[in-house]
Write a protein that binds this ligand. Sequence first.
Ligand SMILES: [Zn+2]
Length: 381
Amino acid sequence: MKIKLFLCRTAFFLLSASLFTVSGCSKKETSTATTSSSDNSTPTFAVSEINQTLEDGYYTGSFVVPSDGVSFILSVFKDNNGSTAFYTLIDPDGTDLLNSSSTPTLSGVSSGSLGAYGYANILVPQSPSFSVKAGTWSFKAYSNDRVKLALRSGTAPTSATIVVQPYITGTTWAADDLSATLSVMSSIYSANGIILSVNSTITISDSQFAAVSGTFTDPTTSALVTQGSTAAVNLFFIEDYSGSWSGILGNAAGIPGSMGIANAWNGVLNSLSAHASGTTLDAQLLGETAAHEMGHQLGLFHTTEQSGTEFDIITDTAECPKSSWDNDSNGQMTAEECEGYGAENVMFWTAWSSTSRSAGKKQETLSSYQQQVLKYSPLAK
Ligand SMILES: [Zn+2]
């Protein structure tokens, strides 16, 4: 099991990853089932806990997707930020979505496959190549404290509305200062067929949250993000990151993060300081960053990673391979090098340079398949 930390959209930092192997899954216990559902009168989104039994060293369980199932996130939790992951996820036809030889596969790309600290998940569908087949799904998981299913059911979506809850921390900027940014973000989504319903920005005045780490297992960051709504994508506009994170534009709690459950992974961070000249916020760039991090939170990967050797699992997004476009041969793909090859996409790994932005370059497009992932999101309506 590999552990990969997701961090995103930086002008200055490398995408970092740490890898290690976890051994030993020996504790014998069975969790008890509890069910809660949204207060929506139509049962289109519900979170439930799945019973598990220990078999052959793995925690195993199953759940049923109804005939009108649209999407789900299966999540595994390990208290005190212990490492955890799924070993298999078997669909009703017997295909293991986490097996590298399956087509399609989420092996090596979802946190539920790679493993993570405290929380890992699997989103289906994470591209239009996947479908939420009706019937009984089963899984095997490594050591964990609980597994939860967030299931959306109803008619197949042709449009989507997603509720967004912004928060602001620190004292340099106030909720009103985000109006232009939130307009930019909403316009980006609207132009790509997704309606955002943006709630009023909530001010979090506790000074400990003015500058926080971008690590979601950090206790302060965890305490902040856990305040997020269970009915929205939560955007935390922090005054700044702390420590070595300073200068990062934003990062999400996962690809996807958590949805519908109050926890440390239920939101994204956007740094206000990293988008400011003096005290003036760059609403266009901050709106693009918020749109980008929200895309991660809902399950979208970078179209092209920094190295130009890794690309998303979506087949209709432009790719910018290092072998073709690393004009300065420095092993890092800039937006300028990738113009026409994905640099215009909301989910390109980094922003345009300030010179390009001054010249009007933007990142506002999502491909048809990226839009489809968002429309099928468990959190969309
Ligand atoms: Zn990113």
